[in-house]
Design a protein around this ligand. Structure first.
Ligand code: 5GP
Length: 176
């Protein structure tokens, strides 16, 4: 049987500091405006909860959930919305908040769909960026940390629904 072992990559204190910095940057960039934060379920919910509590500007929140056809671990290129926004976004300043950008397929598709709804502005904030694995060109406007080609869990991120509760971001390793 294969079990997994975790090893801390970013401890909670380091995450907290970086999330406060990102919230400060967003607050400065959107000064005087009211943003709609769109969280991508499920992985982004912990990051989003911390991020909005660091903002010094008013925001409302909504969520989308996406599914990609394929084996579940690799984006297949076919992304569909399984839970859509409940808020019209036309004319709004929208900030998508996502856990990880990996191949870029999921976020580039979501941006394309939301852009079609004519928001006043649309930006993307990701907690983690695996830039070396990009298959389609995609650059987030705000990035928490850049990581290499490793699989991480914790701070909302799962492996088969496990580990989301961990306060630290951890590397996941298989052990026989
Ligand atoms: P992509 O950018 O390839 O379309 O997909 C990004 C999605 O793949 C993320 O939102 C996340 O759900 C999943 N993902 C990619 N890398 C990791 C990882 O290291 N850990 C976890 N838990 N999910 C990942």
């Amino acid at each position: 049987m294969v079990e997994e072992q975790t090893e801390v990559l970013f401890p909670k204190a380091v995450i907290d500091r970086r999330v406060r910095e990102l919230a400060g940057e967003i607050t400065r960039d959107y000064a005087g405006r009211e943003i709609l934060i769109v969280g991508v379920l499920k992985g982004a919910f912990v990051f989003m909860a911390d991020l909005i509590r660091g903002l010094g500007i008013p925001c409302s929140v909504d969520f989308v959930r996406l599914a990609s056809y394929g084996d579940g671990s690799v984006s297949s290129g076919h992304v569909r919305i399984t839970k859509d926004l409940e808020t019209p976004i036309e004319g709004r300043d929208v900030l998508i908040v996502e856990d990880i950008v990996d191949t870029g397929i999921t976020l580039s598709r979501l941006v394309e769909v939301l852009r079609g709804r004519r928001p006043a502005s649309l930006r993307v904030c990701v907690f983690l960026d695996k830039w070396a694995r990009r298959q389609v060109p995609f650059a987030a406007d705000y990035v928490g940390f850049t990581i290499s080609d490793v699989f991480v869990v914790g701070y909302g991120l799962d492996f088969n629904e496990k580990y989301r509760f961990l306060p630290d971001v951890c590397l996941l390793r298989d052990i026989a």
